[in-house]
Design a protein around this ligand. Structure first.
Ligand code: ZN
Length: 404
């Protein structure tokens, strides 16, 4: 996401939300507090960044909505877009603009001196440190919210996964929302509005983001250079979340050649991992491979994905990332199982996990699904990873071969 020039009308699949924001920009009276809500990975955070950039750019351009570019607005509507040339725009793209404050759970690593945080919440320390300052008499932590905007066009605070704010953090923030300093804008991105306390909701403009239709995701990925099968499989694995797909691609920082496009090498990785795993499952079913072989494929796939996760967030725990990679592997096996079952009942899906073995009946698919779910739970709960993977593979082998 860093280094990409973003336009407020270029986020795909959200014409209604973008139309609402364009109208707000055109009105010249921006509300100070916003809630962007909707499913994970459909563009809320990217939209928030683009929205902030439109307002932080000192020379925004106007472009007629011809085509129309945004179907939710009339063709003669003048869309606001950042100039993409000025130092402020460049600083926004690089996420180093001094008036653009990005708040996410990765900051947990900064505020957690003991290093034990799993970074699954946005604690009061993050909200104090990044926004409101502390309320001790000597104000040891200054309030970024009440400082003047450095470049004079206001300050933006974008909170990703705002539902991770603990109630005490939400309540602390609420005080600031009651009387926001001038030219201060806060955007909270969240899954559902009800995750935020009602007093925050009632003070915020709400913008709804919709789930992305799979054909929109497939079309987008195809434009990025994927084959239709790979694009379709990625859409299925990610449940149509472009954000999730982005997290499975190597970050630009970790790819040496940006020109050679990170997508061929990086997005290929999850597809390559999925194909390899499907192949191993085929062999297991046919008795041409054993539980140990599949366990090896799972472990290697988990390692590959962990490398990608750490590339996005170098401060992330390697162990945690490998566990997340392992959980993803079991989700892929569940998809393979579900596709084999559909094959039995004659309901083949488009973009299925690749397989040459045909169908597997419900009596065998169901226990295997349960084994996968249990294994994923164990990985999440810190059970010794190689043991959990091996046990699951032995059990799956026994079920598929009819020994259970
Ligand atoms: Zn600009």
């Amino acid at each position: 996401m860093t280094g990409v020039a973003m336009m407020l009308w270029s986020i795909i699949g959200q014409p209604k939300a973008l139309g609402q924001l364009q109208r707000a920009l055109a009105s010249g009276r921006l509300a100070s507090t916003w809630i962007f809500h909707g499913p994970m990975g459909v563009g809320k955070y990217r939209t928030a960044l683009a929205f902030a950039k439109c307002q932080l750019c000192p020379n925004p351009l106007r472009r007629a909505n011809r085509g129309p570019i945004l179907t939710s607005l009339p063709e003669d509507f003048l869309l606001v877009e950042p100039c993409n040339q000025c130092p402020a725009c460049k600083a926004c793209d690089e996420q180093v603009h001094p008036d653009l404050h990005l708040i996410n759970r990765q900051l947990g690593g900064v505020y957690d001196r003991g290093g034990r945080s799993r970074r699954t919440t946005l604690g009061i320390d993050i909200i104090r440190g990044e926004m409101i300052g502390d309320d001790s008499p000597d104000h040891r932590v200054e309030s970024k919210l009440y400082k003047h905007s450095q470049l004079g066009r206001g300050k933006w605070f974008i909170i990703d996964e705002a539902d991770l704010m603990q109630p005490v953090a939400q309540n602390a923030l609420l005080k600031a929302l009651e009387e926001p300093p001038p030219l201060t804008y806060i955007v909270m991105c969240t899954g559902t509005v009800s995750d935020l306390i009602s007093t925050i909701r009632s003070r915020s403009q709400q913008v709804a983001f919709l789930p992305l239709p799979s054909d929109v995701v497939v079309q987008y990925l195809a434009q990025e250079g994927f084959s239709t099968q790979d694009a379709g499989l990625l859409a299925r694995i990610s449940e149509n979340s472009l954000g999730r797909i982005a997290s499975w691609r190597r970050s630009e920082a970790s790819t040496t050649s940006r020109k050679k496009s990170s997508k061929t090498s990086s997005e290929g990785d999850i597809i390559a991992v999925a194909n390899r795993l499907a192949h191993a499952m085929d062999h297991l079913l046919l008795g041409q491979a054993g539980a140990g072989d599949v366990a090896t494929v799972i472990s290697e796939g988990a390692e590959t994905m962990a490398g990608i996760f750490v590339g996005h967030d170098p401060s992330a725990s390697k162990d945690r990332s490998t566990r997340d990679g392992g959980i993803l592997m079991f989700a892929l096996i569940e998809l393979w199982l579900s596709d084999r079952l559909r094959s039995v009942v004659g309901r083949n899906v488009e973009f299925a996990m690749p397989s040459t073995v045909g169908g597997v009946d419900y009596a065998r698919v169901k226990p295997c699904m349960d084994i996968c779910a249990a294994a994923a739970g164990q990985l999440d709960a810190n059970v010794h990873q190689p043991t959990a993977i091996m046990n699951a593979c032995v059990s799956i082998e026994a079920v598929l071969r009819g020994a259970l």
